[in-house]
Design a protein around this ligand. Sequence first.
Ligand SMILES: Nc1ncnc2c1ncn2[C@@H]1O[C@H](COP(=O)(O)OP(=O)(O)OP(=O)(O)O)[C@@H](O)[C@H]1O
Ligand SMILES: [Mg+2]
Length: 228
Amino acid sequence: MNNFLKLNNLSKKYKKNKAFKVLNNINFKFESGKIYSIVGPSGSGKSTLLNLLSLIDLPSSGYIEYNKKKIDTNSSIENDIIRSKNIGIIYQDKNLLSDFTAVENVMMPNLLISNNKFKSIELAKKLINKLALTSRLDHFPSELSGGENQRVAIARALINEPNIILADEPTGSLDFENAKQIFKILFNLKNKNRIIIFATHNRYFANMADCKIKMIGGKMSVINERIN
Ligand SMILES: Nc1ncnc2c1ncn2[C@@H]1O[C@H](COP(=O)(O)OP(=O)(O)OP(=O)(O)O)[C@@H](O)[C@H]1O
Ligand SMILES: [Mg+2]
């Protein structure tokens, strides 16, 4: 299936500064099978855009379409269901709940939709295993290194096999070697049904994407696109 995520006249302004459109009438189509990087100076709206795409925040006007279906931003329950089934999200840090172990953190999004604890634990273990963290299953986030925390966060984002993966500076708190490892995992997640979008300040990683987008003046502009 050729999935897409389309932004239609999407705008965002915040209550505290209504005169300023952080995102200004954006039209764009993200296509499956591609990895997109989003760059731009601090405050240019990268996180704002990712929060709208992840249905965590609402646009001020315009709308998002996923596979020709308009996402009804007024229905938070519907949005929660769409998110848990279709979207995996990775932040810079604090991805995990501190009172839960690695395996519990990873299994949780699956438990919400499967209601089958045994199946969710098995799936979580399998994923953690794949990310070479088998010996850390029972570790709490505070007992994991920064890189390990991010690998667990990736496992958690993947457990429901999302077709959309959104990452907001996923390696912003890591050293270069760990960051490389995380991006290697992220890039290996590419498949023909999946859209991967990440924001970064790192030019090296941004340039690895199929399509690099710069946020500037409330708009998105494609600054390089690789034709596969
Ligand atoms: N909840 C909020 N209320 C009011 N203004 C906000 C809010 N969140 C973000 N902003 C403003 O929106 C603009 C864009 O912020 P955003 O976090 O999207 O930038 P960013 O590109 O992700 O920056 P960074 O690279 O520093 O993460 C900034 O000017 C910020 O001050
Ligand atoms: Mg940001």
